[in-house]
Design a binder for this molecule. Structure first.
Ligand SMILES: [Zn+2]
Length: 416
């Protein structure tokens, strides 16, 4: 049986590394407990002090940079920074190019409602396809360019425009796996980005004639030199170190306040995060399943269990209902990348984790040890009981996949 956390559903082989204590509880659950015991008022005051230090006194420059997209906490972060803390942020947005109609609409509405300046970067699409072919073949990732772009474009703009403070939302290493305590107040680093966000590959590592990728094609993804960062004093802080982070609750507030749109998902029950890219929620997530034997819905279930909004039993049922669903929009991605389904499957098989997968007699892939059964083995009576738990659901604001069923991604769209 696979070792699984007694409080959530995570197996020991989480790619961001989990540590288990003597009671069999994972580090993610241990650090989550801090959300219930820390003095968040005094932590917020700490944040206010940092922001005050960066407030531009002359009115001729921005106070900070906020990276945004058409989803994932963007509204909440700007709401706090601009409307609650009264800072003047410059918004920056890396175009992931796999855009959905709902993501485009959310981004358009964000520009109108928050009245901020915004910088967009759309790298030429041929280069993006070359990068994606390379990262898919080399390390089984079709999302490297999105993560690399999102994490470096704000830093490049910080250096260029001499705006030292970048404000991020949640640090996944803290929130998912408890790699650090909230009290460590970790900030953005080049090292964490390379090792965890980029799976160990910097843009420089992708320069290769075979993939038609030269240095000039990748410059948008190069992290600025340390000396340039130091000259400006660039730092990136994470709001979840200072505020009790609860993405579900926050998104629901944004739906009410600003009309944030949500969308039904195929492979998870979370209708709020990452709805700007079906590639992320579907194909990238399917690849995650092939590599690690579990997918995003397990992350979401663990998060909701930790907040006591669902039981472990309910969590595992949600996982069973979503994890094995085949991606609905795979053909769109394959035609975008111009590769066949066979080539795609062949490449993915090369990246299957051999500790998790094996072929059966009919040459089909099966998990060596069944994760679902392993989790179910650990369920006790208290995992079934629902005490003071309110009805659990994610709001779907209306529009479904309709506009996304067209054959192409929206590269640039005005959103209305
Ligand atoms: Zn846990």
């Amino acid at each position: 049986m696979i070792k699984v956390c007694k409080k959530c559903l995570y197996p020991y082989y989480h790619p961001l590394n989990l540590i288990f204590d003597e009671q069999g509880v994972c580090s993610g659950c241990v650090v989550h407990q801090e959300k219930n015991i820390l003095d968040w008022k005094s932590r917020e005051n700490k944040l206010k002090k940092i922001l005050k230090d960066y407030k531009s006194n002359y009115g001729n420059n921005y106070d900070c940079i906020v990276p945004v997209s058409g989803a994932r906490d963007s509204y909440f972060i700007i709401h706090l920074v601009k409307n609650i803390y009264k800072m003047n942020p410059l918004l920056v947005c890396y175009n992931k190019q796999y855009n959905t109609a709902v993501g485009i609409r959310n981004l358009a509405n964000l520009r109108i409602k928050f009245d901020c300046d915004i910088f967009n970067l759309t790298v030429d699409p041929i280069t993006i396809k070359n990068i994606t072919r390379s990262t898919l073949r080399r390390f089984g990732s079709l999302y490297w360019h999105c993560i690399a772009g999102e994490t470096v474009f704000p830093v490049q703009i910080a250096v260029k425009l001499k705006i030292p403070l970048i404000i991020w939302g949640v640090h996944q290493g803290i929130d998912q796996v408890g790699m650090f305590s909230h009290l460590d107040e970790v900030e953005m680093t080049r090292k964490y980005r390379k090792e965890h966000d980029l799976m160990g590959y910097e843009a420089e590592d992708l320069i290769d004639d075979f993939d038609h990728l030269k240095e000039k094609d990748l410059h948008h993804f190069f992290y600025p030199e340390n000396s340039h960062l130091e000259q400006v004093g660039v730092r990136g802080i994470y709001l979840n170190n200072y505020l009790r982070w609860d993405t579900k609750k926050q998104h629901e507030e944004m739906i009410k306040l600003y009309g944030y749109e949500t969308a039904k998902q195929t492979r998870t029950f979370d209708y709020y995060n990452d709805i700007d890219s079906w590639v992320y929620n579907e194909i990238h997530d399917y690849v995650k399943f092939i590599k690690y034997g579990y997918s995003k819905v397990l992350d979401h279930a663990c998060r909701e269990i930790r907040f006591d909004r669902i039981t472990r039993r309910e969590g595992i049922e949600l996982v069973k209902n979503h994890m094995f669903i085949k991606p609905k929009f795979l053909n769109k991605f394959l035609s975008w990348l111009n590769i066949t389904k066979n080539s795609f499957d062949y490449i993915l098989d090369e990246h299957r984790n051999e500790y998790i997968w094996t072929r059966n007699k009919s040459w089909n892939w099966i998990q060596k040890e069944n994760l679902i059964l392993s989790i179910e083995e650990t369920l006790t009576k208290k995992d079934e009981i629902k005490e003071n738990i309110k009805s659990f659901y994610f709001i779907q604001t209306g529009k479904k996949f309709s506009q996304d069923d067209k054959n192409k991604y929206i590269l640039i769209g005005k959103g209305v």
